[in-house]
Design a protein around this ligand. Structure first.
Ligand code: HEM
Ligand SMILES: [Cu+2]
Length: 598
């Protein structure tokens, strides 16, 4: 009783006041899941916090772009690095990681129909993450000589404030604590259901969780040794050693992003798009390949480091890492194939691409993940494999093209996908209508389209002109040299304009999310029928129900894999063609590099 009153007193906006039965459960009309309020409320808390951090990150995107577009030339070089550090930590760590904890709670206890165990730890983890984040903000914002703004990497021997390292350590530990309730819920499920197999979504979330813990432990080593070094308890720290440990977390968190994003792709395309899992075994095998090989990818950040052998670099970034690349290719086939076969089965196919043209494109919870799949694949995935290769890396390394690559992965892929999760949480958990359905339909296209062009321009100026990353001024002036990059100027105009449109698209997302929470009409708990018209609970339960036999979910008299997938096959051929062309082009460009200085 006391607890209920407490909750109501704090909940002035009525954001946490859904109706539950006496046990604290309610049935979701979209997924058919039994949702316990402990899970739902924590998902809301982490999700909402994530959006607020995106506001900060988005603000600093304005100043960063306004500086790199030298026609504007907003910031001085000392301020530039502070703003860039704020942008990177707000977006890549705070926006994304708070969302990821929410996604773990959805993929674990929510899908399993369980309570969130150890809610105290969830709250402590949340508070510790928040303290860590604010400490990092403080450290970055008050940077003064001899300390330098850390950027994302805080590379030793660049001295960053010890407060920064402490904040990073606190944040990482907070994430580990917040993830514990997720693992406990999986453990509880296995004890209650010893012979059962985890649902696909939960299985993927579990793999995400394991990769996360590995990454975060790497972060503990990197940031705590950085801290000891800055406190002068340790007098010298090997730069190469730090880089290796840093990239366990720096790259590892990108792998969490990738796997969490793929889990969401399965979840949303099934719930709102009418997809079905074509083969459970194949999709699960791909997740296991990630578990085994994906960490090796961290080595691709060390491809130009002199301290490690060529063989080590080649092995980790090529041979071993292709195990993970292969897994991505499997998902890249399995997800569209699931959409195609599932929709054909439901009579929404027709022709080669009828399953796509008839899809619910106006629904941002469908459109956003599909836009993400396409843009991530063509722009982020292909370039990642290219630049992860020893020779081609020489042309990409530390150029603006690198920034183009990772904005294609973490923005066009992860961020757009997580925006769809936020929309989903607003409609099905906060039970609010969007303040404008039309703008909500438009937003993923606006943001994805503009950011897609922005990322391409980053790649062009980097690869074609060698424009470096992380510098406020190159086009008009490289101090102490006659070397000129001014030929890149016209491309920077395109870059700048589209980047500002993309930022407007991000602002629209925030306005829709916050506006709908504050002013959106309340949806009747049985409402939301429009979300499931193409798929819905019956199909959704397929990815989410625990089962004893992996193929049980599929109707044996009408198996989904018996439906045609030729549209997906054509799309895959297109992808392959794009891959080959880009690959050959990059090798051609590298041959042109020899003429430097000739
Ligand atoms: C409209 C949205 C965005 C725009 C226009 C934008 C623009 C930029 C630009 C121009 C830079 C490069 C600066 C340089 O190297 O000199 C940058 C860096 C960066 N951005 Fe973004 N960004 C956006 C959203 C995001 C998001 C959503 C994320 C993460 C999820 C992100 C993560 C990063 C990171 C990690 C860096 C690198 C910082 C470093 O070098 O240490 N950005 N951004
Ligand atoms: Cu990486």
């Amino acid at each position: 009783m006391a607890e209920t009153q407490h909750r109501h007193r704090l909940d002035v906006l009525g954001l946490f006041d859904n109706e539950y039965d006496s046990e604290g459960y309610r049935t979701c009309s979209v997924t058919g899941l039994e949702i316990h309020k402990s899970v739902e409320n924590h998902v809301k808390l982490f999700g909402l916090t994530a959006v607020l951090f995106m506001v900060v990150g988005g603000f600093f995107a304005i100043t960063v772009v306004g500086t790199r577009w030298e026609a504007i030339g907003l910031l001085s070089s000392s301020d530039y690095y502070i703003h860039l550090s704020m942008h990177a930590w707000s977006m890549l760590l705070f926006w994304i990681v708070f969302m990821e904890v929410a996604i773990l709670y959805v993929g674990g206890p929510m899908v399993l129909g369980r309570k969130l165990p150890l809610t105290v730890l969830a709250k402590v983890g949340y508070a510790v993450m928040l303290v860590g984040a604010l400490t990092i903000y403080y450290a970055i914002w008050t940077t003064s000589a001899p300390d330098q703004a850390p950027l994302l990497t805080a590379y030793v021997p660049l001295p960053s404030s010890p407060v920064f390292y402490a904040g990073a350590l606190v944040f990482v530990l907070g994430v580990v604590v917040a993830a514990l309730p997720f693992f406990v819920s999986i453990w509880q499920e296995k004890r209650a259901n010893p012979g059962g197999t985890l649902p696909l979504v939960t299985f993927g979330a579990f793999i995400t969780g394991i990769i996360a813990v590995e990454a975060l432990l790497g972060g503990v080593v990197a940031f705590s040794s950085g801290l000891l070094w800055r406190l002068e308890i340790v007098t010298s720290l090997d730069a190469g050693w730090y880089r290796m440990w840093f990239w366990i977390v720096g790259h590892g968190t990108q792998q969490i992003n990738l796997v969490a994003m793929i889990v969401v792709w399965y979840f949303l395309t099934h719930v709102v798009g009418g997809a079905e899992v074509v083969s459970e075994k194949v999709s699960r095998t791909a997740f296991i390949l990630y578990l085994l090989f994906i960490n090796m990818g961290a080595a691709h950040h060390l491809l130009v480091d002199p301290g490690i052998s060529t063989g080590w670099r080649l092995w980790n970034t090529s041979y071993a890492f292709y195990g993970a690349t292969f897994a991505s290719l499997i998902h890249a086939f399995a997800i569209p194939a699931g959409i195609e076969a599932g929709r054909r089965k439901r009579g929404k196919g027709g022709g080669l691409f009828g399953w796509l043209t008839s899809a619910p494109w106006k629904n941002p919870m469908f459109a956003a993940p599909v836009i993400a799949i396409i843009l991530f694949g063509f722009l982020g995935g292909i370039t990642g494999v290219l630049m992860g290769q020893l020779q081609l890396n020489m042309a990409w390394h530390n150029t603006f093209a690198t920034v183009g690559h990772f904005h294609s992965t973490v923005v066009l892929g992860t961020t757009i996908t997580f925006m769809a999760v936020v929309y989903f949480v607003i409609r099905t958990m906060f039970l609010r209508e969007f303040v404008s359905n039309r703008l909500a339909s438009l937003q993923p296209f606006l943001y994805g389209g503009a950011m897609g062009v922005t990322a391409l321009m980053m790649m062009y100026v980097g690869i074609l002109y060698g424009v470096p990353r992380r510098t406020p001024e190159v086009v008009s002036n490289i101090p102490g040299t006659d070397f000129s990059l001014s030929a890149a100027e016209p491309l920077f105009v395109v870059f700048g304009l589209f980047a500002f449109v993309a930022i407007a698209g991000g602002a629209l997302f925030v306005a829709l999310a916050v506006g709908s929470l504050l002013f959106g009409k309340r949806i009747d708990p049985a409402g939301n029928g429009d979300l499931v018209s193409d798929g819905g609970s019956a199909v959704a339960s397929q990815t989410m129900a625990p089962r004893d036999d992996l193929e049980l979910a599929d109707d044996p008299n009408d198996p989904v894999h018996a439906y045609e997938m030729r549209g997906t096959f054509v799309l895959c051929l297109l992808f392959l063609a794009a891959f080959v062309i880009t690959y050959v082009l990059n090798w051609y460009l590298i041959t042109q590099l020899w003429s430097i200085g000739a």
